[in-house]
Design a protein around this ligand. Structure first.
Ligand code: TRP
Length: 336
């Protein structure tokens, strides 16, 4: 029999569910979870949220919303292991072990840390580490622990997270070198859509950039956010290039092939940006509407979400508990 592939991915719970979460992570992960040779580990990276903000209500509300979003999109908790990171203490114990193996120089090179340093540089701040927490600095180690705790083979992520998976690989190999082959070096699975789905300003759609399209907001908010998508200043009547157009690239992620071809043709014929945004709004509104109905139902039943996650945590611990025991022993932490 072919070995089951273990696929793992998580979403940081630091904002409301947005289109990037949906088309970049949730829907492809659910599709993959239906394949017979795949064991999926899908989780809410709620402790990761503390890196980005100190708003406890935001973290708490977002965790519920992201969980409800997974379920509304059709995730079957019986087919996967669906859990909250914070419910699995082994992850944090492993994070410490891994941090003792991770050279500081490796983390100095992490994109998120480098970006924070470069912001300080640009602002002329003397202390380049100003405002940078150890949470941000250690972020790749916690992420490595998320992945290695479940010996994931593949980690579907956006292009921006590729470096973190490579770091998790390096850290796993280092662990294995010192303590024996216990951890699986993971591989990134870069989803093309995630790699290119732009936000309102053309950068990757991300809570960190504040450029997201919230999928479960009411129609008015959804429309308003689409109207904010940045375009160039070509007038109606002038032919438009679809390739570098944010509206077009978002449309591509949700529309059918023939709808996409049709929009392309209309661009060539000089469609105005206002009309293009309307087409996107109508299509998106229809695309999210079945998910939204489910979402609203699930959001009213917090106990259901809680019970799904508690059960998921128990399932997750069936994997993490024995592996953590082996890890503890292999590093010399054991009874006399
Ligand atoms: N850092 C990821 C993001 O912001 C979320 C995340 C945390 C994750 N731990 C993970 C993704 C482990 C994949 C695997 O998108």
């Amino acid at each position: 029999m072919k070995k089951q592939q273990r696929v793992l991915t998580g979403i940081t719970t630091s904002g409301e569910p947005h289109l990037g979460n949906l088309v970049g992570a949730i829907l492809p992960a659910i599709r993959a979870s239906n394949q017979p040779d795949t064991a999926s580990f899908l989780f809410l990276a709620d402790y990761h949220s503390l890196i980005k903000n100190t708003d406890s209500d935001l973290t708490h509300t977002s965790s519920l919303e992201i969980a409800a979003c997974w379920l509304a999109c059709g995730l079957d908790p019986d087919k996967v292991t669906f859990y909250r990171q914070s419910d699995i203490p082994h992850i944090f114990e492993l994070a410490w072990v891994l941090s003792c193996l991770t050279s500081k120089g490796l983390l100095n090179r992490a994109h998120a840390y480098k970006a924070a340093i470069s912001d300080n540089e640009q602002q002329g701040t003397k202390d380049l580490d100003k405002g940078i927490t150890m949470g941000l600095f250690n972020y790749p180690v916690l992420m490595a622990a998320d992945i290695l705790m479940f010996n994931a083979d593949f980690v579907p992520v956006g292009q921006d997270q590729k470096q973190h998976i490579e770091m998790a690989r390096d850290i796993a190999l280092k662990f294995n070198h010192h303590y024996g082959e216990l951890l699986t070096p993971p591989e990134a699975q870069i989803n093309e859509v995630t790699g290119i789905l732009p936000g309102l300003d053309g950068r990757k759609m991300s809570k960190s950039y504040n450029n997201t399209i919230p999928v479960f907001a009411n129609e008015k908010v959804l429309r308003k956010s689409i109207m904010k998508i940045q375009t160039n200043s070509l007038e109606p009547g002038e032919p438009k290039d679809h390739e570098n157009c944010n509206i077009f690239n978002i449309y591509k992620a949700i529309a059918t092939e023939s709808e996409v071809l049709d929009l392309k043709k209309q661009y060539e014929e000089g469609m105005g940006w206002g009309d293009a945004k309307n087409v996107l709004f109508e299509n998106l509104n229809e695309f999210v509407s079945p998910f939204k109905q489910e979402y609203e139902k699930i959001m009213k039943d917090k106990n259901f979400v809680e019970s799904v996650l508690v059960e998921g945590a128990n399932k997750a611990k069936e994997y993490s508990s024995p592996l953590m025991k082996q890890i503890r022993e292999s590093v010399g932490i054991k009874g006399f």
